[in-house]
Design a protein around this ligand. Structure first.
Ligand SMILES: O=P(O)(O)OC[C@H]1O[C@@H](O)[C@H](O)[C@@H](O)[C@@H]1O
Length: 836
């Protein structure tokens, strides 16, 4: 049985579950939960329902607007608990007799205690903790307390993770949690996986070989209305895109289970895999955001957003543009996914429309349905039966005239399918509640509930979009920025095959004010000069550097642009090289956090720019500035946690490249470790050094270029280390038995040794690094410092030192590089006042 599949439940009707609804007088409870629980209780009379509030409750008033049937039922069947806010209150709650009479089959084990938290998420952990303390389950009881949560589950990946951690600390395990997404309970969505299973022909067409475009939308005609306070802090991406819209897409794009029944945890892991496969949302024009005219909230809150997604890490969907949009105050209400197909065998296009719901009059579709054009040869499935086409649409007359039909072809080219049991589509919570109460032995292919892995993966997909919107709000310019769109706007964006989006020329979408435009220009011309105290620079007179500032996002973007344009220059200059050699561009990248977004941007730029893709594929060489002497042992570290810097570059750059930009293997230069001990590390360093020399000297011989890297990007540790070069001072405190270069060595590494083993004061202790001389002789070196944690490293510049040995390595490197070739790229949250 599926999330919304019709039937009641197979669980014995005698199982006397208890459900406590917290926040039971709130909007959600009144409109959806109570009506749903009433219907379900008719099927399961033994279900015990409790309405819990912190304050006092005036039940007459609270149900004043409700249907008489619901009122009567509520007063007869639901137990009220007011003033539940302290330990005694919770204990009273749990002393409710859970109906000890054993079921006829003796199945006491099926008794469950479910706490439905229809309250603000900031209270989840507190309430869960109080429940766990006051309501321990009797020893030996096979069941435990369970909790149902409503979104929002955090406001980004980090907060979602800490909410999960808080709940875990409160003693609630993942298995005791049910995170609701009511979209998963909507009739056609709930049956979509089964529909795909029943349609192998359609399934064989669901890939980039046949699908030319995917569109997913949640368009609403209403505005934010009386939810302004809530909405203003969320915005459209958090409100419906990270959850509902992403879930809709997953149900269509994820792989089907390999076996029946699916392996345990299959749904979560398959969803997470798909979500991690999307290219990061960082390309040019892959995100538009706006707000409707007259929106009462902050000018930085989007009420509409559109994203042009593509998939980087899955062959099945590679390079198919996926447009996802959602917004309020649009032309009409419609939630749908639409796929366009170009089948080799057919001369015409084909289309699949999953119409999840919306305004019948405006969409021309009478009810939620799936529409398949004939080439897809769809058949009904469990949960979705054939719908005669005269019942699918509004027949004719005035209604049809107002229609913006979502179908692109005449009705007679489609077959229609709709949910078997229509009346349930009114309230998705009926399906949610049924699934909640279903026994765990019935394992569904689909679920109305969202697990932690896919939740976090989804936030990780949308986090860059949230950062981009924040950036847009701050730094709009003529082509981007948070636009203002008119009420009743039909979001007819201009979209291309790369997944890029543009605002339409009409109707008039207002650009941000010119004042904002000026801010942008100021921030984008970026660089200002900082002059360091000559004492810091060891008396050198040219102790000043170009300083680029910005949000982590805009900073990474600008640096990516700078590198990309240099690679392109080198590529274009190729034709002029001697001996018919392609020009080379040697880029050394670090591991660590700071440069990850830069790498993603760099890859994203090549998805939007054929010349750059070509330049990457022919001209670019990638090096790593330093590497850890550890084995990438798949048994001990998961792929995502690999300690290798080359793995960071692989994940954030190489794997994100479109196929046209893929680098030939011999343009990738990473140290290769045979054994992770001193000897192995040394051998790898030596081999790496000769590889550097060979390539750079060779190029120097055939061109007029010096034997140096073209661009080196360095992250900086909070202690001031860079490229696994630590201050000799810090090393002195550490393990002298390590094989490493003496303190003097660290500073005076000659260019005759381009890479060598270095020592780290923290694990992994053995590292390989390019020599400081090699780094310093590069054509350009970018020191990138992102996140507040790096303030410590900046403060280190200013501190006077008793000895040279105490100067942080990156300051040494800065001096060596000099002002002509060194630039600092620094997050604008970091403060230089102490220094300049
Ligand atoms: O399409 P439905 O079922 O009306 O759901 C849309 C609603 O979903 C909710 O989760 C959002 O908070 C609302 O802003 C939105 O209106």
């Amino acid at each position: 049985s599926m999330c919304a599949a019709a039937s009641g439940s197979a669980a014995p009707a005698s199982a006397s579950h208890q459900v406590f609804i917290f926040g039971c007088t709130g909007d959600l409870a009144q409109r959806y939960l109570w009506p749903a629980f009433r219907l379900v209780q008719l099927e399961r009379p033994s279900l015990q329902l409790h309405c819990v509030t912190r304050g006092s409750l005036n039940a007459d008033r609270f149900l004043a607007g409700a249907e008489p049937e619901l009122r009567d039922w509520f007063f007869e069947k639901v137990k009220l608990h007011q003033g539940v806010r302290d330990r005694a209150g919770y204990e009273r709650l749990c002393s409710q007799d859970p109906d000890e009479s054993p079921a006829p089959d003796g199945a006491i084990s099926s008794r469950r205690r479910i706490f439905y938290l229809s309250i603000p998420p900031r209270s989840y952990a507190d309430v869960a903790r109080a429940v766990q303390l006051a309501c321990p389950h009797p020893a030996g009881s096979p069941t435990s307390n369970e909790f149902v949560l409503e979104k929002p589950f955090g406001s980004d990946a980090e907060s979602a993770e800490s909410l999960a951690a808080e709940l875990a600390e409160a003693g609630v395990s993942e298995a005791q949690l049910h995170r609701v997404d009511h979209y998963l309970a909507k009739p056609v969505l709930a049956s979509l996986l089964q529909f795909r299973q029943a349609n192998p022909h359609l399934e064989s067409l669901l890939s980039s070989a046949h699908v030319t475009r995917v569109e997913a939308a949640i368009w609403e005609s209403l505005g934010v209305e009386d939810r302004l306070a809530f909405y203003d802090s969320e915005g459209v991406i958090r409100d419906v895109m990270q959850n509902h819209l992403t879930e809709m897409l997953s149900l269509l794009l994820m792989d089907l289970p390999p076996s029946e029944p699916p392996p345990p945890d299959w749904l979560e892991s398959e969803k997470s895999r798909l979500l991690a496969a999307y290219c990061p949302l960082l390309g040019e024009r892959h995100l538009l955001a706006g707000r409707y005219a007259g929106f009462g909230g902050s000018s930085a809150t989007p009420t509409f957003a559109a994203a042009g997604l593509t998939v980087c890490r899955s062959a099945r969907w590679q390079s198919v543009p996926i447009f996802a949009s959602a917004g309020k105050r649009l032309a009409f209400k419609a939630s749908f996914i639409r796929l366009r197909f170009q089948l080799a065998t057919e001369r015409t296009e084909d289309e699949l429309l999953v119409f999840v719901g919306g305004d019948a009059k405006a969409t021309g579709l009478a009810r939620p349905l799936i529409a398949c054009s004939s080439g897809l040869r769809c058949r009904p499935s469990a949960g979705l039966s054939v719908l005669p086409s005269n019942e699918a649409g509004l027949s004719s007359g005035e209604d049809a005239a107002e229609t913006e039909s979502l179908l692109r072809f005449p009705t007679d080219r489609y077959a229609f399918f709709s949910a078997v049991s229509e009346q349930e589509s009114q309230n998705s919570y009926v399906a949610v509640v049924r699934q909640l109460l279903r026994s765990s032995s019935e394992s569904p292919i689909n679920s109305c509930f969202v697990g932690l892995p896919s939740l976090l993966a989804s936030w990780r997909l949308w986090d860059p979009a949230l950062a981009a919107v924040a950036d847009l709000a701050e730094l709009d310019d003529e082509d981007s920025g948070l636009r203002v769109y008119p009420s009743k706007w039909l979001p007819d964006l201009i979209a291309n095959q790369r997944g890029q989006l543009q605002w339409p020329a009409s109707p008039k979408i207002e650009s941000p004010s010119s004042k904002a435009t000026q801010t942008t220009k100021a921030l984008q011309s970026t660089a200002n000069l900082i002059r360091l105290d000559p004492a810091v620079c060891n008396g050198a007179s040219d102790c000043e550097f170009l300083l680029h500032r910005g949000s982590p996002l805009s900073l990474s973007r600008q640096l990516a642009f700078r590198i990309a344009s240099k690679v392109k220059e080198a590529f274009i200059a190729s034709t002029a090289t001697v001996y018919g050699q392609k020009n080379q561009f040697h880029l050394a990248l670090p591991g660590g956090q700071s440069a990850q977004m830069l790498m993603q941007f760099l890859a994203a730029l090549s998805r939007d720019d054929d010349t750059l893709a070509n330049a990457f594929a022919t001209t670019l060489h990638i090096w790593v500035t330093d590497e850890r002497c550890v084995h990438d042992d798949p048994g001990s570290v998961t792929q995502n946690e690999s300690q290798l810097n080359s793995a960071v570059i692989d994940r954030n750059f190489l794997q994100q490249l479109p196929s046209a930009a893929r680098l030939p293997l011999h343009h990738l230069h990473f140290p290769r470790l045979l054994t992770a001990d001193v000897a192995g590390c040394r051998a790898a360093a030596d081999a790496y050094a000769s590889e550097v020399d060979n390539w750079l000297n060779f190029r120097s011989n055939i061109s007029a270029l010096p034997p140096s890297f073209d661009f080196v990007v360095l992250g900086v540790g909070t202690d001031g280390h860079a490229a696994s070069l630590f201050s000799p001072h810090d090393l002195d405190k550490w393990d002298r038995s390590m094989p490493i270069s003496s303190a003097e060595d660290q500073l005076s590494q000659g260019c005759e040794q381009s890479a060598r083993v270095t020592n780290s004061p923290k694990a992994p202790f053995l590292r390989i690094s390019l020599s400081s001389c090699r780094i310093a002789s590069s054509s350009e070196v970018a020191f990138i410092l992102v996140s507040k944690a790096k303030q410590a490293a900046i403060d280190l510049i200013a501190k006077p030192r008793e000895t040279e040995l105490k100067t942080p390595i990156y300051v040494h490197l800065l001096r060596l590089v000099g002002k002509k070739r060194g630039r600092l790229w620094v997050d604008h949250s970091l403060d230089f006042n102490n220094i300049v």
